[in-house]
Design a protein around this ligand. Structure first.
Ligand code: PLP
Length: 368
């Protein structure tokens, strides 16, 4: 890394949105529809030996990216991303949640997608700089935050197949309200049996756009069946539950255990997942990371042994699952209400993030 890369240059937007326009957006931000006035950028360039440096770190006005039509990302999908949030606390300070975990995960994704690792200090500084310049964009209110989307793309113009030697790291930010909109109602989930999102040795553990592209057809199938999210089983086809297209999943048992599928190599290492495991242990639940099959889910709901199911991820935090629909059956009920364990863990997690519950694990980092 070149040390000078830590020094960000800054060019402010000549056409930032007006205060009125911003206020209207912040009153009803939705998810991922609006973006702040600036973006953080750091370029990477390597020589033929693969030795490269990060350089030209900057804050620039938000806007279209000029790219060569032969840029590798447009042809071979060499891309990774991250997602985390910035929260404004009551005293006006701005914090983010476990960003070092996102920095580490982005570097694991980079390794898998043959992209360069980004030093954690640069990742952190890019967030700090962007949030400082766009701090007026942090929405307030229940579950609202500024969603930060760091990503890395291969920009080298070259159609041969090899890792690109020119890469761009960027961060954009989007004010976010409640992910699924409206009140916290249990969601219906579609079980994809025709499509897999990950296979052994594939990219399931990497946070890359390709995984999402591969999940869209299953998502469409789910939507046609009235479901907002899709659950994937493991591709080896032994009926083990893996995760949703973009969220991990947990099962609350009557006996006080909290079960989530073990990280098998094909499941994304969710920061929310890891936090829920810790919060579950803190409150004395018997947290188990293990294989859980569709049969155990069906039988557990029928017998009453499984009392709650929820999905978790940064965007939607914790979302109760009402029912799982498949081609042949429905497990659970669309009329289910959010269970007490789900709601209590959700409140605690949101409380730590927004500064109303004590951060006993040192999960918060101040950005501004
Ligand atoms: C990002 C993501 C998650 C959730 O991870 P968090 O770090 O909790 O936001 C889960 N599954 C997939 C496939 C993801 O891409």
């Amino acid at each position: 890394m070149s040390v000078s890369a830590l020094e960000f240059s800054q060019q402010l937007s000549a056409h930032p949105k007006s205060a009125q326009e911003r206020a209207a957006i912040l009153a009803n931000p939705g998810f991922g529809d609006y973006f702040t006035d600036h973006t953080a950028v750091i370029d990477y360039k390597a020589d033929e030996t693969g030795t490269g440096i990060w350089q030209n770190a900057r804050i620039e006005p938000y806007g279209p990216i000029a790219m060569d039509p032969a840029a590798a990302v447009l042809h071979y999908g060499q891309e990774i991303f991250e997602g985390l949030k910035a929260y404004r606390h009551a005293d006006g300070s701005v914090w983010t949640f476990r960003p070092e975990a996102n920095a580490a995960r982005m570097n694991l994704s980079a390794l898998r997608l043959a992209l360069p690792e980004l030093p954690e200090e640069l990742f952190m500084e890019s967030l700090r700089r962007l949030v400082s310049v766009d701090s007026d964009w942090i929405p307030e209110g229940d579950g609202a935050a500024l969603y930060l989307r760091p990503f890395m793309i291969a920009t080298e113009a070259f159609l041969g197949v090899r890792p690109a030697r020119e890469v761009s790291y960027r961060v954009i930010a989007s004010p976010a309200g409640n992910y699924f909109g409206g009140e916290l109602k249990p969601v219906s989930i579609w079980l994809s049996t025709r499509y897999a999102r990950a296979g052994i040795g594939g990219t399931g553990e990497a946070k890359c756009g390709g995984n999402y592209a591969a999940s869209l057809i299953a998502q469409m199938e789910g939507e046609a069946h009235g479901c907002k999210q899709v659950l994937f089983l493991d591709a080896a086809n032994d009926n083990a539950v893996e995760e949703l297209g973009g969220m991990n999943v947990f099962f609350v048992f009557k006996d006080g255990s909290l079960v989530t599928p073990a990280l098998s190599g094909t499941i994304l290492h969710g920061v929310t997942r890891s936090s829920v495991i810790q919060l579950g242990r803190d409150r004395g639940l018997d947290v188990q990371e293990r294989k859980i099959t569709l049969d155990e889910w069906r039988d557990g709901v029928a017998s009453g042994d499984i009392t709650e199911v929820f999905a978790c991820g940064t965007a939607a935090v914790i979302t109760p699952v009402g029912e799982l629909k498949t081609e042949t059956e429905t497990i659970g009920s669309a009329d289910a209400v959010a269970g007490p364990v789900t709601m209590s863990i959700r409140e605690q997690l949101l409380g730590v993030q927004t500064g109303t519950v004590e951060d006993t694990h040192g999960w918060l980092t101040r950005l501004a």
